[in-house]
Ligand binder design. Structure first.
Ligand SMILES: [Zn+2]
Length: 148
């Protein structure tokens, strides 16, 4: 059982930049809940290494993290406004956050290998989250279109 003090410590160690709005406060809580569901070693690693960026600047883009080559800081970009628009439940948002965390843990940087999406979802299932995607074929399509 995680105590209130431990939760406060996690919030204190959590590094977030971006638009700070009231909605973001709600979103921070969802992020905390996500971290609490992770195995402790994973949580510690994420708190130590990852900068979370809240932004609406990406418009309709899904979550991304910067390729390692472009920036040394491991980042997870989250778009609360998009999740709001998609009417995602809190659990649904947790699944998305966990999926991005899985990419970090699996060292999925600078590539969009469609297998990465499956691997990330396999891992989050082990952590008790729901898979982020049902269909992985669109990643093949995106690969052809965008990231040659
Ligand atoms: Zn992914």
């Amino acid at each position: 059982m995680i105590t209130k003090e431990e939760k406060e410590e996690i919030m204190y160690n959590l590094r977030i930049i971006g638009d700070v709005t009231i909605d973001d406060e709600k979103y921070k809580k969802i992020l905390l809940e996500t971290l609490l569901k992770l195995p402790e070693v994973i949580r510690e690693k994420i708190l130590e290494e990852v900068l979370f960026i809240f932004t609406s600047a990406y418009g309709t883009t899904f979550n991304l993290f910067f390729p390692k080559q472009a920036i040394e800081q491991k980042c997870i970009i989250l778009n609360p406004a998009l999740h709001e628009k998609e009417k995602k439940t809190d659990e649904g948002i947790q699944d998305v956050i966990a999926h991005e965390i899985a990419h970090i843990i699996l060292n999925h940087f600078g590539s969009n290998d469609p297998n990465f999406e499956k691997e990330a979802d396999n891992l989050i299932e082990k952590w008790g989250f729901k898979r982020a995607y049902k269909d992985y074929t669109r990643f093949n399509f995106m690969r052809e279109k965008k990231w040659q």
